[in-house]
Ligand binder design. Structure first.
Ligand code: DQA
Length: 139
């Protein structure tokens, strides 16, 4: 099983960015442990602050991988182009958020990508990514 973990804007700063919201753990360390937990899964990881680069990566893997775990960051709330990219590919995409977006500012309550995704996992810290792996394994 080949999965892509795809992180959008500002998520390169995990560990230092608003630690009270997103925690203090750098994502590369978390990813190392996640990969150890699932030795049977091949993880690919990509992060970009650019909408077009995220779209290109979805197109690149979306017909050959078994799933994409996607934290679109703030593009979640704005990007119809990402919605369309998810709809365009064959593999299931799980929307994830580290924080519980529904308990935060109203502008975070709407997701442009949610209707195109298989489902959404939010609010469990970095563990949201592991829960998404479990969801994809169970499909
Ligand atoms: C986030 C929530 C978004 O609203 C925010 O813009 C992010 C991170 C999360 O993982 O909780 O960048 O996607």
């Amino acid at each position: 099983m080949k999965l892509l973990i795809l992180n959008g804007p500002n998520l390169n700063l995990l560990g230092v960015r608003e630690p009270e919201v997103y925690g203090r753990q750098p994502f590369d360390k978390y990813l190392e442990r996640l990969a150890e937990t699932y030795p049977q899964i091949e993880f690919d990881y990509f992060q970009s602050n650019h909408e077009g680069a995220l779209i290109d990566k979805i197109h690149e893997v979306g017909f050959s991988y078994q799933g994409i775990i996607f934290n679109a960051g703030a593009y979640t709330h704005t990007s119809i182009a990402l919605h369309d990219a998810i709809k365009a590919v064959a593999c299931p995409v799980i929307e994830v958020h580290i924080s519980n977006v529904m308990s935060r500012e109203p502008f975070r309550h709407h997701s442009c990508i949610a209707p195109a995704c298989k489902g959404t996992i939010a609010g469990f810290g970095l563990d949201s990514y592991r829960l998404a792996v479990e969801a994809l394994k169970a499909l």
